[in-house]
Design a protein. Sequence first.
Length: 300
Amino acid sequence: MQVGLGTWKAEKGDVSKAVLHALKSGQRHFDFADRYQNHADIGEHALKPAFETFGVKRGEAFITTKLWNEDHRPARVKPALQRMLRELQLDYVDLLLIHWPVALVAGTEKRDSGVTLLQTWRAMETLVDAGLARAIGVSNFNVKQLTMIARHARILPAVNQVEMHPYLPQTKLRHFCNENGITVVAYSPLGSPGNADYLNSQGAPESLMSTKVVDRVARKAGKTPAQVLIKWAMQHGAIPIAKSTDPHRIDENFDMWGWSLSSLAMQQLDALKITPWRYVDARKYFRNKQTAQEFWDDHY
């Protein structure tokens, strides 16, 4: 599967232009989510013209979207996907993910204790049976949660989409997924540079894109820092999701073929690992007195 184009935090109008440009340029892997609130824009102004006017075949495009936390109850799962399909103007998605392993009461930020992840997963399985989703998977799940799903699932998760970059290599999680036939999809492979102001206020380490190591590796490879970080994830067996609305950068991020990073370059990038740094802040989902390590099951 190709490098994916991410659409998180992309402005209305900009996101559909980015998706349409990528489709016209030959990119075929796209990552959406109900929570991003841009399905309708993408459906009307990117997917529809691409399929009806620009000759892109639906079967060539791989489209992922995600079930939001408020729709975990089994009775809400199918209607939620049907609504997303209407907005995207599609008959099916190639991959539907549970966005977070956290169920919320609809319209609130309150935990919904009346539904389990397994119940949500079993409702997801029926979407494959109905042909509304070609495959199903999860996002932001840890090893314990994956183990529970895999133990009881009729259809195993195809994917676990997680934050992954040299500051957060996800070694334990990648090993588990590899051993169990679950593909790792890496979001924020560039270290979320668009979130810089917030991250700096939280004491973030030096931006990955600005480190001397990444710059040196990029210069030696004749590539950009972004390309180096995307390739790093690929050479660790993950499928990166890179977000941009700039046409030049979209094309640049897609130019991953015909070259590779040397073993020395990979070792230098691996050495950037710290204990661990996450750019995506999930603290609002922690249970009372739960630590980040407990929530994420972090062990490196």
